[in-house]
Design a protein around this ligand. Structure first.
Ligand SMILES: Nc1nc2c(ncn2[C@@H]2O[C@H](COP(=O)(O)OP(=O)(O)OP(=O)(O)O)[C@@H](O)[C@H]2O)c(=O)[nH]1
Ligand SMILES: [Mg+2]
Length: 432
């Protein structure tokens, strides 16, 4: 990032439901975080109580005049809207306030653009940005022509240029879609080639602590910081559960209220990869006043992705910042089995492990196997992939009581293990 660049001061604005008792700053708190992450300096907040946005100007005309006054007084360089604006609304607002108007989608796209690292994430962000740009080309050009009006630009040049630009965008969009398809096919093969380990995906609201939990449980060393959308890439690492068994843990991009649909669409493959999981850990910042809204948003996004029927454990993180446990009551009403933890202090982690083990016990089968000496090579694999509840060596081989997925059991039986029979047990010692 250019250290010389002076951050632009921006006035934040948005519509709130009639009767919402919160202050403008409280209502726009998340937008302020987004603006800050995108390196704007939030310099003021303005809200209007309305049932619906004005289709032409978003705010009503009186309120828009007020916003214009504030922009002038504060010498702000931009205004940032809490919602996605239609191209027409954006144009009307810019004409009134006289500085660039950035809407929520554009802001989120900028942040994704700043944080994208892998070729896949970069392409996904570019695709979403181009799709966002397409219907707005006209606005950009009328804007440019107005700015350059005094220096002899002939009328209508923009119109032709819009057609040229639109064609360029279409070509670029199809190239990106083709490149992404190749990357996705490659990743799909990678996922299919994974060993048959139980897979847990960390999903949830952005900044809830997913990457911090991943780092705590594995040696992933992924970036975890107090910014929105630090993680844009899916990363999968083995995690040795207490007891020695290994599962796979996947960290991925966070969710957010009013996420631009272009982004959800273009990150669909990344999210779908994460959602190839056997269990979801849904992380929420339990200390946030908006935790219940965060949980609802995560539900909505999972539903959009067709993944709301996957088994899940809700995790209420940042318990160290929760002053009164009673404040978690609304969340427990939404999910009575939600587990409160603090990834930072470790509080509640044993409860989370117990909840995961409990889930495993409910979906896996418990059997006693005899592993004959001839199939001894399977021993290491069983220890890594299944929960071993007891183990006993006899003359015929190793008697193991294990808990494993039906798929793994099927394979073990096909490769030489067999279900133990009463005769496999050594006779009881008459002395005892
Ligand atoms: N106080 C407190 N802070 C935490 C805890 N867990 C994580 N954090 C902090 O919360 C911030 C966000 O953590 P991340 O792990 O990056 O969150 P994430 O869910 O991966 O976020 P994105 O990748 O941006 O969606 C970081 O500053 C962490 O240090 C916790 O239990 N308590
Ligand atoms: Mg993260």
């Amino acid at each position: 990032m250019d250290g010389q660049r002076k951050a632009t001061e921006a006035i934040l604005f948005g519509i709130v439901p009639m009767g919402d008792p919160r202050t403008a700053a409280e209502c726009l708190h998340e937008l302020a975080l987004l603006a800050d992450t995108a390196e704007f300096v939030p310099a003021g907040c303005m809200t209007q109580h309305r049932r619906h946005a004005d289709p032409h100007s978003y705010f009503g005309s009186g309120k828009l005049e007020e916003l214009t006054e504030v922009v002038k007084l504060a010498h702000s360089g931009a205004v940032i809207c809490d919602d996605s604006l239609t191209p027409n609304q954006g144009k009307t607002i810019e004409a009134a306030v006289g500085v660039p108007c950035i809407d929520r989608s554009e802001l989120i796209l900028q942040i994704f653009g700043m944080h994208a690292r892998s070729p896949q994430a970069k392409l996904q962000v570019e695709l979403a940005a181009l799709q966002y740009e397409m219907p707005r080309l006209r606005r950009r050009w009328t804007h440019l022509e107005r700015q350059r009006g005094g220096i002899g630009v002939r009328g209508g040049a923009g119109e032709k240029q819009i057609d040229v630009d639109r064609n360029l965008l279409r070509t670029r969009i199809s190239t990106i879609q083709r490149d992404l398809k190749k990357i996705e096919e490659h990743k799909e093969r990678e996922v299919q080639g994974r060993p048959d380990l139980f897979t847990i995906a960390l999903v949830g609201y952005t900044n809830a602590g997913k990457s911090s939990l991943m780092n705590k449980l594995t040696d992933a060393g992924v970036l975890a910081e107090n910014r929105l959308f630090s993680t844009l890439d899916t990363r999968t690492r083995p995690w040795r559960l207490p007891g020695g068994r290994t599962v796979l843990l996947t960290d991925t991009v966070g969710f957010l209220r009013k996420l631009p649909h272009q982004l959800v669409a273009s990150f669909h493959a990344t999210l779908a990869e994460a959602l190839h999981a056997d269990l979801l850990l849904v992380l929420i910042d339990g200390s946030s006043p908006e935790a219940a809204d965060q949980l609802r948003t995560v539900d909505e996004v999972l539903e959009t992705l067709g993944s709301n029927s996957l088994p899940r454990i809700t995790v209420l993180n940042k318990l160290d910042l929760v002053a009164e446990r009673a404040s978690l009551t609304p969340l427990w009403q939404m999910d009575p089995r939600a587990v409160p933890v603090s990834v930072l202090t470790g509080e509640g982690m044993p409860d989370l492990f117990a909840a995961i083990q409990g889930h495993l016990a409910s979906v896996e089968q418990k059997v006693e196997l005899l592993l004959p000496h001839s199939a001894g090579a399977l021993h290491g694999e069983i220890r890594a992939k299944a929960s071993v509840l007891s183990e006993f060596y006899t003359e015929a081989g190793c008697l193991m009581t294990i808990q494993a997925s039906p798929a793994l059991l099927g394979r073990l039986l096909a490769e030489g293990a067999r279900v133990a029979e009463p005769g496999d047990h050594p006779p009881a010692d008459p002395e005892t």
